[in-house]
Ligand binder design. Structure first.
Ligand code: BT5
Length: 329
């Protein structure tokens, strides 16, 4: 009911719509219309009510509601149908909630979005700052038929999806992908990706791809210790951005890229990743569980590993690790 009332209000934004007319069109009582309007107001929609003229929609909240996302999204798997989009005001971590849903049999393409995460997760038990309404914090469930060895490529796929959305919104933004899971702007981190999976030795059950994009944080919104390390789109371009179109664009790009991967494999995706990365050609230090590695990042393998050429001329494939970029070659 709420969705249908909202649709009517949206298609008549320039004028008031009487409660009677809406009730007639939706074949419900005027009280039902009024209740739906009240529910929409409680959700943050600014709706003006005039005793004689009816209702008029003044503003849509910048919240990532499924019905708003679905109105713009033209995806096949990710977040389609709309019942796969799950929105929460606050969650501990969207990855954690989506993993529970995956265990309970949620379908591929299920998405969990939170306005705020109280225990947002980074890799290796690190935390991810996710203040309310300031960024886009969401996770997507995919179930590709690949072996667990091939899953790192999906982190690269997600990074390319974010880059496409950033490019569409802010074409002049100097953003680039740092292998494996960061998007940096002028050397500062604006986006992180956390891919988690459940698998047997040779069979993947599911992937949960969590993406956190800093949109409207001011410097003071970041916890101590992240000065000079983290940034937001607002800090980089000086403009408060609407999160809704950015979120739609990321979901759409994820869906497009996943579709492209299913028809053409990883090849074209890796080419696009290369065009958008800032890691290859750079001298890097990589911290690995078993120590450090220094060298030049020369290539990305078909499985998404970073190939490092060390001083002694040897090539090393790094499948996971923390990369620090040093000088340009
Ligand atoms: C990441 O880890 O970059 C993965 C971040 C994934 C976050 C998303 S949000 C939706 C989904 N649900 C979750 O619970 N997580 C995912 P890592 O490479 O380990 O980087 C973590 C490090 O980045 C921290 O140790 C901080 O130094 C820094 N950091 C924390 N919050 C940040 C933020 N908002 N922006 C930039 N840097 C941040």
């Amino acid at each position: 009911m709420r969705r249908r009332v909202l649709q009517l209000l949206k298609s008549n934004r320039q004028d008031f719509l009487s409660g009677e007319k809406m009730a007639g069109e939706l074949a419900v009582s005027r009280t039902a219309v009024w209740k739906a309007v009240q529910a929409l107001q409680a959700d943050g929609y600014a709706i003006e009510k005039s005793p004689r003229r009816g209702y008029r929609l003044l503003d849509i909240p910048d919240l990532l509601y499924p019905m708003e996302l679905a109105a713009e999204l033209q995806s096949t798997v990710v977040g389609n149908p709309v019942s796969k989009l799950n929105h929460y005001l606050t969650l501990s971590s969207t990855n954690e909630t989506l993993k529970e849903m995956a265990e309970a049999g949620a379908p591929e393409g299920t998405v969990v979005i939170a306005e705020e995460q109280t225990r947002g997760k980074g890799r290796l038990g690190r935390s991810w700052s996710s203040p309310r309404g300031r960024g886009i914090w969401f996770s997507t469930l995919l179930k590709p038929s690949v072996s667990p060895r091939e899953t790192p490529v999906f982190t690269l796929l997600a990074a390319v999806a974010v880059m496409r959305a950033l490019h569409a919104a802010l074409p002049r933004l100097a953003a680039g992908i740092k292998w494996p899971n960061d998007i940096l702007i002028q050397g500062r981190k604006a986006c992180g990706i956390l891919t988690e999976l459940k698998a047997e030795a040779d069979r993947l059950h599911y992937l949960v791809i969590g993406i956190g994009l800093n949109v409207n944080q001011e410097a003071a919104d970041f916890p101590p210790g992240l000065e000079g390390v983290a940034t937001s789109l607002y800090l980089e371009c000086g403009e408060v951005l609407k999160r809704l179109p950015l979120a739609v664009s990321m979901l759409q790009s994820l869906d497009d890229l996943y579709g492209a991967y299913r028809t053409a494999g990883f090849g074209p995706l890796l080419e696009e990743w290369k065009a958008k990365n800032i890691t290859l050609g750079r001298r890097v230090n990589v911290s690995l569980p078993a120590g450090h590695l220094a060298g030049t990042a020369v290539e990305i393998s078909a499985e998404g590993a970073l190939i490092i050429q060390t001083e002694d001329g040897k090539s090393r494939h790094v499948h996971a690790g923390e990369v620090t970029l040093t000088a340009k070659e």
